[in-house]
Design a protein around this ligand. Structure first.
Ligand code: ATP
Length: 252
């Protein structure tokens, strides 16, 4: 389980507590600047908290080396700059680095994990391309393949579908949902409320640095909350077990 307890930083995030259990897909929602990325980074030990503690499976993240943390949690950051020109397959192979693999000479289990994750993220055909030549959406899927290849127990993804076309949005969220169904834990930031309603097992809502709701889609996805947090008028419609969210427009 990933646990954040009372995480506070710099007035950006205040007293934020949340959990991500194995087997569940939690979606973190909130407007631009609400503190989502800062909260994720504290949960991963990438940003220091002024107060509070983050643990993964009972171990304080501050006590984990980068390699041990990477074996437990795969992180997909919001911006994914490439340090140098690399082939796609070598970027995905970086997911095996924390397991001791040498990315340019993969064998056995490492090669199998890379191949399987590239197939799942529909990036196998890009394997020998230089990542610099990829579209934004293709690159996003390559980084998802890297995260899957790590075989970490948790994936923390900051806007993983931001640059994807509708089909790939559903493919990527479907993969994350499958990962959770298979026993992994997912924490993903999304801005598309309808996709969040469709894929999340639980929603955590953050506004101006504070978690203001944490619960099921049915309980927390309301037109009133959407208006209060995002300043937009919305319809939330139920058809069967599914909620659809239609944004009507900004509230003046
Ligand atoms: N290192 C920093 N120094 C100063 N301000 C920062 C720093 N990091 C973040 N902030 C500010 O804290 C607020 C929250 O930033 P954060 O990136 O966590 O928001 P977010 O919810 O992820 O937003 P978005 O949806 O736009 O990605 C923003 O106003 C941002 O400008």
């Amino acid at each position: 389980m990933i646990v954040g307890a009372g995480l506070t930083r710099d007035g950006i995030v205040t007293d934020a507590s949340l959990t991500v259990a194995p087997g569940e897909m939690v979606v973190l929602l909130g407007p631009n600047g609400a503190g989502k990325t800062t909260l994720l980074r504290m949960l991963l030990g990438l940003a220091a908290a002024d107060r509070g503690e983050a643990t993964v499976d009972g171990v304080a993240v501050s006590a984990l080396s980068p390699a041990r943390r990477a074996r437990r949690v795969a992180y997909l950051p919001q911006s994914r700059p490439l340090a140098w020109p690399s082939r796609v397959v070598d970027i995905v192979a970086l997911g095996r680095f924390a397991h001791g693999a040498a990315p340019y000479r993969l064998g056995g289990q490492d090669a199998a994990a890379v191949a399987a994750s590239m197939a799942a993220a529909e990036t196998a055909h890009l394997a020998t391309r230089s990542a610099h030549t990829l579209s934004g959406g293709e690159l996003a899927r390559v980084h998802l393949a890297r995260a899957l290849a790590s075989r970490a127990g948790y994936i923390v993804a900051d806007e993983p579908v931001a640059s994807l076309d509708p089909r790939h949005q559903h493919r990527v969220l479907g993969l994350l949902a499958d990962f959770a169904k298979a026993g992994g834990g997912v924490l993903a930031v999304l801005h598309d409320l309808d996709l969040a309603a469709r894929y999340a097992d639980r929603l955590v809502w953050i506004d101006r640095g504070r978690i203001v709701a944490d619960g099921s889609v049915a309980d927390t996805m309301t037109a009133e909350r959407i208006a209060a947090i995002y300043g937009v008028a919305a319809h939330v419609e139920r058809s069967g077990s599914r909620l659809s969210v239609i944004i009507d427009g900004a509230i003046a």
